[in-house]
Ligand binder design. Structure first.
Ligand code: SF4
Ligand code: SF4
Ligand code: SF4
Length: 210
């Protein structure tokens, strides 16, 4: 079914973003399910995705023993409403657009022709094709709920409080600016509105700028 598109005034005069406390995340996927329910998404279409990231292995110590740098954790990711969103640059119709003020990136379904360029461009896999409508869809930061003064559904649902949202500069002041962890693309590509508290072992060796 074609999704109705409704304009909402900016909910903030500052760029909004997410803080993901991956060290708390149990991988229960309540956020993913609540988002699907709220947005009436069929099997396979996920605006929020809980990834299971694992890697590392055993390393010879050089003294006959083995050390290990094994890591395994879950990471909840949606659209990051990036400061430099490559999805909007590659949309030929301006359907994918970034709002002034709060910086929320949305799909205007009155303009989307379903070409899929935004999905191919996004390094986070955020745009999700609505096959029935032949149009793109994605996380809109629950702009309808925020317009009513409510929290995004994923934030309100997480039983461990592992997802927070707000002006990204305030989240960075509180939690730092790390958003490059194992399993995610280099943040210099799109400058995501994302701060992550990593799970043990999730930090990359070199941390590019946020
Ligand atoms: S995460 Fe992807 S879809 Fe979302 S704003 Fe960034 S580039 Fe665009
Ligand atoms: S699928 Fe729609 S939103 Fe995405 S690039 Fe094509 S026209 Fe733009
Ligand atoms: S903000 Fe809303 S649309 Fe975006 S991931 Fe959370 S529940 Fe889904």
């Amino acid at each position: 079914m074609r999704q109705q598109y409704k304009e909402y005034p900016p909910v903030s005069d500052k760029q909004l973003g997410f803080f993901i406390d991956s060290s708390r995340c149990s991988g229960c996927k309540a956020c993913q399910v609540a988002c699907k329910d709220k947005n009436n998404l069929e099997v396979g279409r996920r605006f929020r995705r809980v990834y299971e990231v694992k890697g590392g292995g055993f390393i010879p110590t050089g003294q006959g023993g083995l050390a290990n740098n094994v890591y395994a954790y879950t990471l909840s990711i949606s659209c990051n409403h990036c400061a430099d969103p490559i999805c909007t640059k590659n949309c030929p119709t301006t359907a994918m657009h970034k709002r002034p003020g709060d910086g929320i990136v949305r799909v205007d379904t009155t303009k989307c022709v379903g070409c899929g360029y935004c999905a191919w461009s996004c390094p986070y896999g955020a745009p999700q094709m609505n096959e029935e409508a032949g149009q793109m869809s994605k996380c809109d930061f629950c702009v309808d709920l925020q317009a009513k003064g409510e929290q995004p559904m994923c934030v309100a649902t997480c039983p461990l409080g592992a997802i927070q949202f707000g002006p990204i500069d305030e989240l960075r002041a509180k939690y730092g600016n790390l958003c490059d962890v194992q399993g995610l693309p280099d943040s210099s590509i799109t400058r995501p509105g994302l701060v992550i508290k990593p799970h043990q072992g999730a930090e990359k060796e070199e941390q590019p700028h946020a």
